[in-house]
Write a protein that binds this ligand. Sequence first.
Ligand SMILES: O=C(O)CCC(=O)C(=O)O
Ligand SMILES: [Fe+2]
Length: 248
Amino acid sequence: MEGEARQLIVMPASLEDVRIKRLPSRAYYIADFISEEEEQVLLKKIETAPKPRWKQLSRRRLQTWPSDLNKDTLLDSPLPTWLTEPVISRLLSYQMSVEDGEKSKKLVPNHVLINEYLPGQGIMPHKDGAAYYPVVCTVSLGASICLDIYGSKEDGAVEDQPRWRILQEPRSLLITAGELYTDYLHGIAEVNEYVDLNPTTVSNWELLRSPDEIVNGKLERRTRTSLTYRHVIKVSKLGAKLGIFGKR
Ligand SMILES: O=C(O)CCC(=O)C(=O)O
Ligand SMILES: [Fe+2]
């Protein structure tokens, strides 16, 4: 806006500078990934999406863009511009280093899940599964939330207590990949307030923008919306789906 100081987004020089070193390989946390203005634009777009876009679950509501998967397959369709700009172009500047093994192939996220959690809401510990390339980029909007990371027991059941806790502040980006994607589970506790948040219990404490907002280890939950950017591996073209071109 005229005359108003605009926030400048300064990207870390290297992803390694923002790696959460206490976690298994690999997670990265960037506190100021988008500006306050960009956050407001995104929240407005999400709020004004046509009502049938929302799917109400018992413990959160969500939107899926461009559409739900069918048998782990995405029907080829572009994402709307408000979801690609500025987030995807900013993400692409990092991706090379996330996908160390892959020969400089840039995988553009083709799917976005939007989750909204009110205080007391959450998501059970889970793995994201084989439909996606194992890199997840999550942008947080509106308020802070904790993502808990769980291991599995020998019989495959999820451990009772999380091993680590990542605090995601509004406007931050969290990238998870590798073992953290394939071997561990993640979840969000259904609580109204966090307690015991401190440099020992929060794995990304050193990378937080505002650790001072945590008073006596406590942080009250407010509505938090997340954008989860992923790359669905199997994509089907509309023609193939409808079978209109037949077999040759
Ligand atoms: O909202 C989040 O940050 C987590 C969402 C999630 O784990 C998922 O949708 O698979
Ligand atoms: Fe997940």
